[in-house]
Design a protein around this ligand. Structure first.
Ligand code: FMN
Length: 331
């Protein structure tokens, strides 16, 4: 793990930031939000694929304190993922090509269902991520979740993995993105959020809203490369992989802002969140909730630190409710 993604504390506010108002004994602000019809006691979510199935983090903190968790993408049948070396350090993050390795819905539920159900009972909603190569595979995976996972609070439909042979084909165009959601909408009454590809944001957000999505989660990792100049080969087993980490936080922030301008759908901001300040930027740009990704792998306790820093920021703004700060960015 490169030093550049090691967690930092937020530090002092920038000199040109709005004046902080911190009353001597500020009351605890309301941090509860509603993302896509899923009530969350605070905006802290986890980015799919970076938080296991949640239980792996219970030795580090009480996972039920999170607003929600989003589990790794799961298909109707097991996927082996990509061969060979899957991760490489780059400036400000990593490049990965896991390729959505997963055990399939049945096995996932068999091995983790009891824990995930107990987590929901402890007050932390579980968002199940659904993946597929074809419309039929997406539908089969969703049907299986509907049948086997009554505890699921809702779904995140991943149409944007950069590490499959066909790349983020479904999410790359508004029409194909909408096609996936239209095909899934009749299969569930539960909230359907969509993990968007980092392209065509405004147009795709509007198409997804029309198709019946309840929320947007953005962004997935961006396709990138890392070359070992001695061997002249890729540092991972494929020529390209998905870039994650603080290097792309400003890009993710811009895209969350664009989506918030284009649609009324609630947004989950994902990308390079290392501090409460990064999370606050997403809220100001229009996000309702925020997912911590790679930072959890560098420091498994970071979601709790980021939550505390986010709450301190709300207090510093003189606000009593985080919802009043959503979209409060001014140019
Ligand atoms: C090892 C690894 C596995 C990932 N697996 C998934 C996945 O299964 N589904 C998905 O939508 N995104 C996946 N992602 C992308 C993250 O959910 C997130 O969108 C991305 O890493 C950006 O956030 P970050 O910079 O905070 O890590 C994965 C990322 C990493 C690093």
């Amino acid at each position: 793990m490169s030093d550049s993604i090691k967690p930092q504390t937020s530090g002092a506010p920038a000199p040109n930031s709005a004046p902080a108002h911190t009353p001597a004994s500020a009351p605890t602000p309301n941090m509860a939000v509603n993302f896509a019809g899923i009530p969350m006691k605070n905006p802290l979510n986890t980015a799919s694929g970076t938080f296991g199935q949640g239980w792996q983090f219970e030795n580090f903190f009480d996972v039920s304190r999170l607003g929600a968790i989003t589990i790794k993408g799961v298909a109707d049948k097991p996927w082996p993922g990509n061969d060979g070396s899957r991760m490489a350090d780059v400036y400000g993050g990593i490049i990965n090509s896991v390729g959505l390795q997963n055990p399939g819905v049945e096995c996932l539920v068999k091995d983790n269902g009891e824990y995930l159900e107990s987590l929901t009972k402890r007050g932390c909603p579980v968002i199940c991520q659904v993946v597929g190569h074809t419309i039929e595979e997406y539908q089969n995976a969703l049907r299986l979740f509907e049948e086997l996972a009554p505890w699921a609070a809702g779904y995140e439909i991943n149409i944007s993995c950069p590490n499959l042979g066909d790349g983020c084909a479904w999410g790359a165009k508004p029409e194909t993105a909408a096609e996936v959601i239209k095909s899934l909408r009749p299969l569930t009454k539960r909230p359907l959020a969509v993990k968007m590809a980092p392209v065509n944001i405004a147009e795709t957000a509007r198409a997804l809203e029309d198709a019946g999505a309840d929320g947007l989660s953005l962004i997935n990792s961006i396709s990138g490369m890392a070359i070992d100049v001695q061997t002249r080969r890729s540092k991972i087993a494929r020529p390209t992989g998905g870039l994650s980490g603080p290097a792309f936080h400003p890009i993710a922030l811009r895209m969350v802002y664009e989506a918030a301008q284009a649609t009324k759908l609630p947004i989950n901001g994902v990308g390079g969140v290392m501090t409460g300040e990064d999370a606050a930027e997403f809220i100001l740009a229009g996000a309702t909730s925020v997912s911590v990704g790679l930072t959890s792998l560098a420091d498994p306790t970071s979601p709790m630190r980021i939550l505390e820093e986010l709450e301190s920021w709300v207090v510093s703004q003189g606000a009593t409710d985080i919802n009043s700060l959503r979209g409060a960015f001014e140019c």
